[in-house]
Design a protein around this ligand. Sequence first.
Ligand code: IMP
Length: 198
Amino acid sequence: MRRRRFTGGKLVVASHNLGKVREIRELLAPFAAEVVSALDLNLAEPEETGDTFVTNAELKALAAAKTAGFPALADDSGLCIDALNGAPGIYSARWAGPSKDFGVAMGRIERVMTGKKNRRASFVCALALAWPDGYCETFEGKVTGLLSFPPRGTKGFGYDPIFIADGHSVTLAEMEPRAKHAISHRADAFQKLVAACF
Ligand code: IMP
């Protein structure tokens, strides 16, 4: 089956996470897309009932595309820690609690990692591009690295201050946005999306 391509015009980024929306806008900058966010359109946040990043990205993109009436791009992503069998994974946002305080979430990770020698982790990102008629494409990206405590850096968002990507010596939160975009899980998924649909 031939893949459907995004031919320009309005695209809603189906996220209420300002860090994600900012990064997706930066990644979309070279393309002819008139980007609006779920916040701009006051779209409701659907419940993330899927059990994988891909199914959650798909359900968010489909809900936004149907409500907005034009294509929607959704991101479901998270931090997967090897010593915790992939946790927090799809529950990465929930580990920050209702106040969405990632200082709290990173403190919780530091506590549960106490005494564990294996510090390996990865960030995973699923992107879903959906149209109002229910057609949807999904792509997954990943970056591997090591957890590092205490948190360092003020750029980026979420768990960036405790993650050092393989081949680097600073956390993602200490990197300039352009440098993060060269290696991140989101950029990896984005490259696959662009190759297939843009
Ligand atoms: P969700 O995809 O909305 O369920 O939330 C994903 C959560 O994973 C975010 O709230 C962040 O905590 C975390 N996350 C995803 N991508 C990144 C990233 O690029 N840097 C840091 N944390 C991230």
